[in-house]
Design a protein around this ligand. Structure first.
Ligand SMILES: NC(=O)c1ccc[n+]([C@@H]2O[C@H](COP(=O)([O-])OP(=O)(O)OC[C@H]3O[C@@H](n4cnc5c(N)ncnc54)[C@H](OP(=O)(O)O)[C@@H]3O)[C@@H](O)[C@H]2O)c1
Length: 265
């Protein structure tokens, strides 16, 4: 069991990129999520256990004997409860390294998702299990549906002060694999993308066309937090290399490849 790494959320966006890196490093992987993957992994080194981190179902079996647990499972609600359940299960399993992915600004943004991530960080840091925590910026893929939707409008609604520093999924996965293969490191530098961009810049770069902006003030504490850049990394952060326009180029390339494959039948 020593060489097996448990990856909660290993079927998700980030998880799907981390698992092959852990396999390439010679480690077996036990994926934990609520649903069996649509296609069973064609690799004997990968197993899957059904469990629910929020409802605390199946976690004893999921973490049994796990020396390293990479906790990626997450959703819009309940991440704090999930982290508390994972922290307890890891302690009971005798885990030697518990790794959490969090989000940049977790302790600063007055939004439920960020608050739950701050509480998750606390649960892991106080678990009694040696730990590492990496806070990452939003992935390019996370912003894509919003940017794609806005790109269809003649004018881009641009909440004042709203900025992002999107990071490439593979760069986050590489860093997480490096952490999981190493020793507990506590809080490691945040990982953000190489540029800080406003919504209008993201939409223009995605659509390749200039769009007039419709500035919309965001009222209240959330607006103040965004204007102050509370969701952004500080100077101590590590920066990825792959930009939003690199990502947009990758999307175009994969659309061409898919089109050619469809034409071949
Ligand atoms: N995407 C971003 O921009 C971003 C940025 C910073 C941090 N993060 C954090 O990184 C983590 C992974 O993000 P992602 O984008 O890869 O997420 P994702 O694509 O939505 O995948 C979520 C994964 O978690 C599993 N999961 C969800 N709820 C679960 C539960 N209650 N019990 C067990 N498994 C559960 C899902 O599988 P099932 O549905 O089968 O359970 C899936 O494998 C999350 O914690 C997220 O908050 C994401």
């Amino acid at each position: 069991m020593e060489d097996t790494i448990v990856v909660t959320g290993g079927t998700g966006r980030i998880g799907r990129s981390v698992v092959p890196l852990l396999r390439a490093a010679g480690r077996n992987v036990r994926i934990v999520s609520r649903h069996e993957p649509a296609v069973a992994p064609d690799d004997q080194g990968i197993t899957h256990v059904v469990a629910d981190t929020v409802e605390d179902r199946g976690l004893v079996a999921a973490l049994a004997g796990a020396e390293t647990v990479l906790h990626l499972a997450g959703s819009q609600k309940g991440d704090d409860r999930a982290a508390a359940n994972i922290a307890r299960a890891a302690r009971e399993a005798g885990t030697r390294h518990l790794i959490l992915i969090s989000v940049i600004g977790a302790g600063r943004m007055p939004i439920g998702y960020f608050r739950a991530k701050a509480e998750s960080e606390r649960q892991v840091a106080e678990s009694g299990v040696p730990w590492s925590i990496l806070a990452a910026a939003q992935l390019h893929e996370f912003l894509l549906p919003m940017v794609g939707g806005l790109a269809r409008l003649p004018v881009t609604p641009a909440p004042t002060g709203l900025r992002f520093e999107p990071v490439h999924r593979e760069e986050v996965a590489e860093r997480l694999a490096e952490i999981a293969l190493g020793t507990p490191a506590g809080r490691v530098p945040d990982l953000a993308g190489p540029e800080v961009l406003e919504l209008g810049e993201l939409v223009e770069s995605y659509s390749g066309r200039h769009r007039p902006l419709l500035r919309i003030p965001v009222p209240g504490a959330v607006g103040r937090a965004y204007r102050a850049g509370a969701n952004l990394a500080d100077a101590s952060a590590q920066r990825g290399r792959r930009t939003w326009s690199d990502f947009v180029g990758e999307l175009a390339e994969s659309a061409v490849t898919a089109g050619r494959a469809a034409a071949r039948g």
